[in-house]
Write a new protein. Structure first.
Lengths: 233, 791
């Protein structure tokens, strides 16, 4: 069964001369349980696609199906429920609440989820069991990003969207973060879609989608996936 | 969900702690608005309730009817009038008090008490000592404020000139009475306890002194609940006409109640208008500030939405934040307001000589203040959160796209080429966010305006006094006679050693009628070109007193809707009671009371009387004043001596105590609001621009250059706000002048240049202090973190 299917997805920002075509008709199918990597130059439309799939933004035209529901027809309330029940996000800049500890940042999500794991459990999974009561300002960049991942997976999402999760990190910390993602994909069977600039990350994926100029340039299936610690950065 | 604090609540608490400086500043602004509102209303309702209770407990009469002399048996007839519940006949007369320790002749009022028991109406409150012994004729009760001012105690003796003969009395008690709550001497501007005393004597003693055995010269009446007052007055006037009645009048025209009512009305206006302005201004500021705080959190709002928090949940979260701040403000404001209100009420109790004070603060006042503050806070939050919530989460989380700055539209090229880069940034930013800049400026302008408004109260009263004492009333003494005298009395005054100049006046009670509008008024006869007590026009030029027509004060002309050229029917209420028809010949500018003037010769002729005078205005040699005072005290015909300098002094003292305190409190609140606004604006500007400022620092700008961009903007907005604020202040003052003006006072719209300067300086000072506080924060910016986090 597919997790996502899109038909003729288009997104235009602005109007007239100033219009920017972020997506120019994207047709795509992503099976459930895969780890998918979206590659492409900046401005190629990756983030826009991710935001629309995650229910954070509306397309200008086209359809998006999550399993067999067309989320492009959802109203605000239904989209909120969709995000709440199925979707997890990890952002490049972590976007942690600075006024909450790691544990509390995770709780922010578990408190509104139907079947969450314990915050401790989620933080253990990303290797932060001993830093739970630290505030974001007391954590390194990699640790902050892992808190963000823990926060995203704690609700056991069906899909996990990661926008440049290692973009702000050095290679060593980046690998730790990717390892965490891979573990989650394996153990929870969560569909994970990762946006990245780093070509090396593609080696971890089941499927690699190349993006350029608002269109899909190429889709490649990975025959032999590498483990995170095997990739060359 | 856990029953303990949710993570969102914990975020709330920590966020509140993070913005505590700002939160406190906002709470302060709310507290000022609420505090002033509650103070003013608490003070006012306390005074009103106290007055009601005082009048009620001491049976203050409803109707007063003065006569020359009426036999006691008439009282029985009055009692039979329908609607009359109680009647009291008594003797009330002007006396001159000779107090040891001062040469000044002191005006006093002697009032009779019944032989046995308490008065049926206008009872007294015995503060100290005992009631009169009915077997002794040389005992008196003295009004407590007068006794205090002179240090009299029960057991002391005092002498007074009654009907021309000097008598000695023993003070046996100190008392207060509802009819002398606002104990103001005839012709005075404010109560002066040193120069106006009340003496209560047994009826027999007073009757003997004034040849009123078996008679009275004043009737007091209380009416039953649904009685028709004008019927009672008409019957009284008919019955008492042959006894020399000058016309019965209602409590509302009784001098103490009239002043008290006018003062309380003025307080009521002040208590409604000023705090409402404060509340409105704080509401406006609150709205702006809350909206900007929420705006600054738009990324967090986007994030919460991305996690699946619903819009109502997010809205509720921010509402709680705002309500916490608002409630703090309400709590502090109510507490301070109640405390100040009680304190002010006590101050006024002292001033009005209430024997007790009932402190009352209506729950409705509290509820109203609470509702206003909460509603405004909720509205501000609602609009701002809605603005953030309608954005799709993806958009909310993106930092707002760089604003579209353009070259020519914002400022002309020739101008922008002549200024440096940082200044250009300031100007472009203001031009880019004109609404935001405008709101900040308007907030500051409001703060300036309320400061000006507070100062205006002072300025206008001082101007009033200046005109009154230095332009209009230039005499040193006003001497009044027991009965109108022939002009020989004037010659006698002129001959006194040290008297430099004498100007006679005649004063008669009249009823003015213009069409259906009727009014009791005193008609004053003055010389044609007075030098001492003058009527002036709006340019303060002296006006000639007309020989064949009336000169009315503007307030009076407005009251009876008369214009120059109108013919008024003038019923004289004295002696032969002639009816005159007089044309309005001119209108004079007066600030205090209402007056009508006619040339004194013409007045006397129309009364069919020879040259008679009610009194005279005197200019004297200050070196000989004591001798003059002694002479005046010995003149049996003199019933009162008004000392203008003393009146001015006591007025200034009164101002300092009562209204001065009120204005000082208002000014303080206004200054606090100014600080609250500026500090908030500066803090928010810093929060919004910390990344930008940090970037500049990374690019090599010095800290001072970075500060300049932020503080320069605040300085410029403050600079723009000041003239706007002065304009607002002028408008508010105009509004206040219009609403404070009563029959007794016409408030001129006067704002001194110094008041504008003071108000601008306070706001500029508040800006400076806030700037310094925020500047310290700029120094603490962590460049790397500021560039990374999007807080």
């Amino acid at each position: 069964m597919h997790a996502f299917k899109t038909i003729g997805l288009t997104k235009v920002y602005g109007e007239g001369e100033a219009a920017v075509h972020a997506l120019r008709g994207v047709d795509l199918e992503i099976p459930e349980g895969e780890l998918v990597v979206l590659l492409g130059a900046s401005g190629s439309g990756k983030s826009t696609l991710l935001n629309i799939l995650g229910g954070l933004d509306h397309p200008s035209d086209g359809q998006v199906f999550f399993r067999d529901q067309e989320i492009t027809t959802f109203d605000d309330k239904a989209l909120t429920a969709y995000r709440r029940d199925h979707v997890g996000f990890v952002f490049q800049l972590y976007n942690l609440m600075p006024s909450l500890t790691a544990h509390e940042n995770v709780d922010l999500v578990t408190e509104i989820s139907r079947d969450p794991m314990l915050a401790e459990e989620a933080l253990e999974m990303v290797g932060l069991g001993d830093r739970m009561d630290h505030f974001p300002a007391q954590l390194s960049g990699g640790e902050q990003q892992r808190v963000a991942i823990a926060r995203a997976i704690a609700k056991r999402p069906t899909v996990l969207f990661c926008d440049e999760p290692t973009g702000a990190l050095d290679s060593k910390t980046g690998i730790v973060v990717l390892q965490a993602l891979q573990d989650i994909n394996r153990t929870l069977n969560t569909t994970i879609i990762v946006i990245t600039h780093a070509m090396a990350t593609a080696a971890l994926a089941d499927r690699v989608i190349m993006f350029g100029d608002g269109r899909i340039k190429d889709v490649r299936l990975n025959e032999k996936k590498l483990a995170a610690d095997q990739i060359e950065w | 969900m856990s029953f303990l604090l949710t993570s969102l609540d914990r975020k709330l608490l920590r966020d509140l702690w993070r913005i505590k400086g700002q939160g406190i500043a906002i709470a302060l602004v709310i507290a000022c608005g609420i505090g002033l509102f509650i103070m003013a209303n608490g003070m006012l309702s306390s005074l009103q309730e106290t007055r009601e209770a005082y009048y009620d407990r001491y049976r203050f009469a409803d109707i007063f009817a003065p006569v020359k002399r009426a036999p006691d048996r008439v009282l029985a007839e009055i009692k039979t009038f329908p609607g009359v519940r109680a009647v009291e006949g008594r003797i009330s007369a002007g006396v001159l008090i000779d107090a040891p320790g001062t040469t000044e002749p002191i005006t006093g009022q002697a009032v009779s008490l019944p032989r046995i028991g308490r008065p049926v109406l206008n009872d007294i409150f015995l503060r100290k000592g005992r009631m009169l012994d009915p077997t002794r004729e040389d005992e008196i009760l003295l009004s407590e404020p007068f006794a205090k001012a002179h240090g009299f105690e029960p057991g002391d003796t005092i002498s007074a000139t009654m009907n021309g003969s000097k008598r000695k009395f023993e003070i046996v008690g100190l008392a207060l009475s509802p009819e002398f709550t606002y104990a103001i001497a005839p012709g005075a501007l404010v109560p002066d306890p040193f120069r106006y005393g009340i003496l209560w004597l047994g009826k027999d003693a007073l009757a003997a002194a004034f040849d009123l055995d078996g008679a009275f010269n004043e009737v007091l009446i209380s009416r039953s609940y649904n009685a028709n007052e004008s019927d009672i007055i008409a019957s009284l006037d008919r019955l008492l006409e042959r006894y020399g009645a000058t016309g019965a009048f209602l409590r509302a025209d009784q001098i103490s109640d009239k002043f008290l009512e006018s003062e309380l009305n003025q307080l009521a206006t002040m208590a409604t208008v000023l705090p409402s302005i404060f509340l409105a201004v704080s509401a406006f500021l609150l709205n702006v500030v809350v909206a900007r705080i929420v705006d600054a959190e738009r990324e967090q709002i986007g994030l919460l939405k991305a996690f699946g928090y619903s819009n109502p949940a997010i809205l509720f979260h921010y509402l709680k934040m705002v309500l916490a701040i608002t409630l703090l403000g309400i709590f502090v404001g109510s507490g301070v307001g109640m405390w100040l209100g009680r304190w002010m009420a006590l101050l006024y109790q002292e001033f009005y000589k209430f024997p007790f004070l009932i402190f009352s603060l209506g729950l409705d006042t509290l509820a109203f203040a609470f509702t206003i503050a909460v509603t405004v806070a909720v509205l501000g939050t609602l609009t701002a959160v809605r603005r953030a919530a309608v954005l799709s989460p993806a958009e909310a989380m993106r930092p707002p796209a760089p604003a579209k700055y353009r070259q020519a539209s914002v400022m002309p090229l020739w101008f922008s080429e002549r200024i440096d880069q940082p200044t250009r940034m300031i100007l472009r930013r203001i031009a880019r966010h004109p609404v935001r800049a405008l709101l900040t400026s308007v907030g500051l302008a409001f703060a300036t305006a309320i400061l000006i408004t507070a100062r205006f109260n002072w300025d206008s009263v001082l101007y009033m006094m200046d005109v009154n004492f230095n332009v209009a009333e230039r005499q040193d003494l006003t001497v009044t006679f027991v009965e109108p005298e022939s002009d020989k009395a004037i010659f006698e005054l002129r001959r006194m050693d040290g008297v430099l100049y004498v100007e006679p006046f005649r004063s008669v009670p009249v009823r003015l009628r213009n069409g259906h509008i009727e009014r009791r008024q005193s008609l004053t006869g003055l010389v044609e070109r007075p030098l001492l007590s003058r009527a002036v026009n709006a340019d303060l030029a002296s006006l000639q007193i007309p020989r064949n027509g009336l000169l009315l004060s503007k307030a009076l002309a407005d009251l009876i809707q008369a214009e120059v050229g109108d013919v008024l029917q003038v019923d004289v209420l004295e002696d032969r009671k002639p009816r005159l028809n007089l044309t309005v010949a001119g209108v004079a500018e007066t600030f205090i009371g209402t007056s009508a003037y006619l040339e004194i010769g013409a007045l006397n002729r129309s009364l069919k009387e020879g040259p008679r005078v009610s009194g005279a205005f005197l200019m004297i040699d200050p070196a000989k004043q004591d001798a003059i005072y002694e002479r005046l005290k010995d003149m049996p015909s003199v019933s009162g001596v008004g000392i203008v300098a003393a009146a001015q002094r006591s007025f200034n003292e009164t101002m300092d105590q009562g209204i001065g305190t009120f204005i000082a409190i208002i000014s303080t609140f206004a200054a606090l609001i100014a600080v609250g606004v500026v500090y908030n604006s500066a803090r928010i500007a810093l929060a919004e621009r910390s990344r930008e400022l940090a970037s500049l620092r990374v690019l090599g700008f010095t800290k001072n250059e970075a500060s300049y961009i932020l503080l320069g903007e605040i300085a410029l907005l403050t600079f723009l706000a000041l003239p706007i604020g002065c304009g607002f202040g002028y408008l508010l003052a105009w509004f206040l002048a219009a609403s404070f003006t009563t029959e007794l006072y016409q408030i001129p719209l006067v704002i001194e240049l110094a008041s504008y300067g003071y108000s601008c300086a306070v706001v500029a000072g508040a800006s400076l202090v806030s700037g310094i506080l925020v500047d310290r924060e700029i120094g603490k910016l962590d460049l790397v973190v500021a560039l990374k986090t999007r807080e």
